[in-house]
Design a protein around this ligand. Structure first.
Ligand SMILES: Nc1ncnc2c1ncn2[C@@H]1O[C@H](COP(=O)(O)OP(=O)(O)OP(=O)(O)O)[C@@H](O)[C@H]1O
Ligand SMILES: [Mg+2]
Length: 365
């Protein structure tokens, strides 16, 4: 059995024809435990893929390749540890050292469902096992506390001579809103500097702990305030929300340009209010047109993450402060959003530039 080595096993696993393997940077360190006893191999493998990607299909693909390469193997036990990879960005590391990825949810046009999408994506990522924080950075109309059913204000305390704000937790995510700091009646002209100041404070003074994803619900538009914000926040990716209609798509293009300007990779486009299925007749109505989001994604060369139909339950979930992905996980709309969150997680893992590329193939056996 001496022919079965850790590096040999690793080389073999690399041959598995599966995008989860090809997407994950495999180095010798990815094998967390390697135990060969008689003709049985016990393997703990760490892959930078979202938790939900781990399934029996992946394990049996790996097992098959290993058995082909090492015919003497009788039994292979594979345990896969999924982990969200950190995006390396010097500014993020300085400002948010415990946060692996920061995601802006933005749109050019207002009212397209940015906050609804941000809340549901954040809760969906948390349901899949990630540690998630959400910052409501919409200076014009902070709506996240309502959408998350949060009425209380965050607790503020002193620690080591420093003021610390405790994020509010609900539905498995940690949240802070600009509405907690900024006066609702402040004139819009004051809001730009306030927005940057408040967001800076959210990064330096909030006790986020370790987070896989910190999601920012951005104010609509692509003007100076928005540009200042995307320059203030060390963003590692952005999601653009649009409806299928032309006026929204035009503004989505502007949003993409804004992120390009500040070198933030756009991880995808989410089309919201894609269509409406009448509950009585089941007839589909393309209220805002059809296919605009996917066409735009193709045109701009960014991934299309999916389309969310117009649905009263999504609206009710927002108004009542119980996100649909939490409240009605079996509802088809909730499933669509879960699917978008998983695509986003894979896309973010793909975009990251943190993984060690150097392959260490020294054999430890
Ligand atoms: N897919 C959907 N189905 C039904 N209602 C929706 C859907 N998406 C959003 N809504 C509703 O549309 C309204 C606007 O959504 P939301 O507040 O999320 O948009 P926004 O882009 O964040 O707006 P703003 O630009 O003002 O911040 C809300 O009442 C919300 O509940
Ligand atoms: Mg909003």
């Amino acid at each position: 059995m001496s022919d079965i080595t850790k590096s040999g096993v690793l080389l073999s696993i690399k041959k598995v024809d599966d995008e989860r393997i090809s997407k994950s940077p495999l180095i010798l360190n990815s094998i967390k435990s390697f135990e060969l006893k008689e003709n049985k191999l016990n393997l703990d493998l760490s892959l930078s893929i979202p938790q939900t990607s781990v399934d029996d299909e992946l394990k049996s693909k790996i097992e098959k390749v290993l058995k082909e390469d090492f015919p003497s193997l009788e039994k292979v036990n594979i345990n896969i540890l999924a982990k969200v990879t950190a995006h390396s960005d010097k500014r993020k590391e300085a400002l948010l050292p415990g946060v692996k990825n920061t995601i802006a949810v933005a749109s050019g046009k207002g009212g397209v469902g940015k906050s609804t999408v941000a809340v549901n994506l954040a809760v969906a990522l948390a349901k899949d096992g990630a540690n998630v924080g959400l910052i409501d950075a919409d200076i014009y109309g902070p709506s996240i506390p309502i959408m998350l059913g949060v009425k209380e204000k965050p607790q503020i305390y002193q620690k080591d001579g420093k003021v610390v704000m405790q994020p509010i937790e609900n539905y498995g995510i940690k949240m802070i809103s600009i509405g907690f700091l900024v006066d609702d009646d402040a004139p819009v002209i004051w809001r730009g500097p306030m927005a940057s100041g408040a967001v800076k404070q959210f990064m330096s003074d909030v006790n986020w702990g370790e987070l896989d994803y910190l999601v920012f619900d951005m104010p609509p538009g692509t003007g100076d305030i928005q540009l200042t914000l995307v320059q203030t926040i060390p963003l590692t990716s952005a999601v653009i929300v649009t409806t299928p209609q032309e006026v929204s798509l035009i503004d989505a293009r502007k949003a993409l340009k804004m992120f390009n300007r500040v070198n933030v990779p756009v991880s995808g486009i989410v089309e919201n209010m894609s269509y409406f299925i009448a509950p009585d007749t089941k007839k589909r109505y393309d209220i805002f047109g059809v296919g605009g989001g996917s066409k735009l994604a193709e045109e701009l060369g960014v991934p299309f993450l999916g389309g969310i139909p117009l649905n009263p339950q999504i609206r009710i979930g927002g108004d009542n402060g119980v996100p649909i992905v939490f409240d009605m996980p079996d509802d088809e709309h909730a499933k669509i959003i879960m699917d978008i969150a998983r695509k986003l997680a894979s896309q973010i893992n793909l975009n990251k530039n943190s993984s060690p590329d150097i392959e260490i193939l020294l054999d430890e056996n």
